[in-house]
Ligand binder design. Structure first.
Ligand SMILES: [Mn+2]
Length: 410
């Protein structure tokens, strides 16, 4: 990543820190490795707030950005020869400091050692990730009473850093949009490849492996565990992929995303296992697609997330009425939320370095230019209703909010 982009972000966040207090400090920490079993760890993905300001995959490192100091501090311990032999040389913290216009300080990262660099600060923006060093330091401070902290000139106001950073991360820069676009296109290509081989007799797990292998062939990673659900399994929103064999006439629900340069895609499709939908399946899929189109058409800068959701809700309600499942006026159904039984999740979320990106969308959140969000209406029947066998349909695309309209990415 270009150094200027990083330096720019750091200066922007310093301005936000200054609005809080001259003594405000943002404490970013690299993600600790998490043990899976015994001495083996899970796949490593850098803490996304840390990455946003450093563009670095370095481990065991803290970065302190202070409101009243130009240069961020990079604190990192000495790496022993043995550590380097087993784990490779940590990306040099000295280079990282240079890259972001900061100062490198060798530090064992013990809490008391870090406190030295927090002296004089009154407000600490810490990481909400409980295993992170940033969070542990905040917890240690929280154990002390305010007067003790004031006496030792340590931060006594502790705030979750997401509140500070999310508004910045929610508005995507050009390079970020490019990365998301690449992730989306890799995901869509993989689905196309699957369509060429999709047939009854395959298992859900075989399909999951096929799709995830396609991501890797195209140079991407997997943003989140791929959901492959066929037939009635699709009525379970986060179905765990199984050895179930796909049957003729069933539908297949996919929810998947490639990760490219740390950025995620998040796409869902509902496909006919045998190549063509039945008339009833087609009616349902078209209804969900209509809901998606209505929401996409509504989405633009200045519109609330609530209105974006409502546009999709109204179409899903129309469909449920046509099917004879719900009765009453659209207004009544909407007010009583009767359609939620069949469309129980929200219409979308922010997308970026995290699949569920920082910056939660609430009913009254106003959409802004260059936000990237998902648009994913669905309809689910967990038991037979009328002539509909248990099934689930979800269609999800990623959209870029503009001033006058939103655009589907990909
Ligand atoms: Mn999603």
């Amino acid at each position: 990543m270009e150094n200027n982009i990083l330096k720019n972000r750091i200066q922007k966040i310093r301005k936000e820190l200054l609005k809080q207090s001259k003594g405000a400090v943002l404490l970013l920490s690299s993600k600790p490795e998490i043990i899976n079993t015994r001495d083996l760890t899970f796949d490593y993905k850098q803490d996304t707030n840390f990455y946003y300001f450093t563009g670095s995959h370095i481990k065991n490192t803290l970065v302190l950005i202070k409101a009243n100091e130009d240069e961020p501090l990079v604190l990192s311990p000495h790496q022993s020869k043995e550590e380097i032999l087993w784990l490779g040389a940590n990306e040099s913290p000295k280079n990282l400091a240079k890259k972001i216009g900061g100062k490198f300080i060798e530090c064992d990262l013990k809490e008391e050692s870090v406190f030295k660099y927090l002296k004089g600060a009154d407000t600490l923006f810490y990481s909400s990730y409980e295993y992170s060093l940033s969070n542990k330091i905040a917890k240690k401070l929280l154990k002390e009473n305010t007067s003790t902290l004031e006496r030792y000139k340590l931060p006594y106001k502790l705030i979750n850093q997401d509140f500070l950073i999310a508004p910045l991360r929610q508005i995507k820069e050009a390079s970020e949009i490019e990365n998301i676009k690449k992730a989306v296109n890799i995901t869509l290509n993989s689905i196309k490849e699957l369509e060429n081989i999709l047939r009854p007799g395959l298992t859900e797990l075989q399909i999951k492996n096929f799709l995830e292998n396609e991501f890797k062939k195209q140079g991407a990673l997997i943003a989140f565990d791929t959901i492959v659900a066929s037939g009635k399994n699709a009525a379970t929103l986060h179905h765990t992929c199984s050895n179930k064999v796909l049957q003729k006439g069933e539908m297949l629900l996919l929810d998947l995303g490639a990760e490219y340069n740390m950025y995620a895609a998040d796409i869902s499709r509902t496909l006919p296992v045998s190549g063509a939908f039945s008339p009833l399946q087609e009616e349902l899929v078209k209804g969900v697609k209509k809901a998606q189109n209505a929401a996409i058409k509504k989405a633009k800068s200045g519109i609330t997330y609530g209105d974006f959701q409502k546009a999709a809700d109204l179409e899903i309600i129309k469909l449920l009425k046509e099917l004879g499942i719900l009765k009453g006026t659209e207004k009544q159904i909407l007010e009583k939320n009767l359609h939620r039984e069949y469309f129980p999740h929200s219409i979308g979320h922010s997308l970026g370095l995290d699949t569920h990106d920082t910056g939660r969308l609430f009913k009254d959140t106003v959409l802004k230019k260059n936000m990237v969000i998902t648009c994913e209406p669905g309809i689910y029947f967990s038991k037979k209703i009328k002539n509909i066998m248990p099934l689930g349909i979800r269609i999800e695309d990623d959209i870029l909010i503009g001033d006058k309209e939103s655009k589907v990415i990909g």
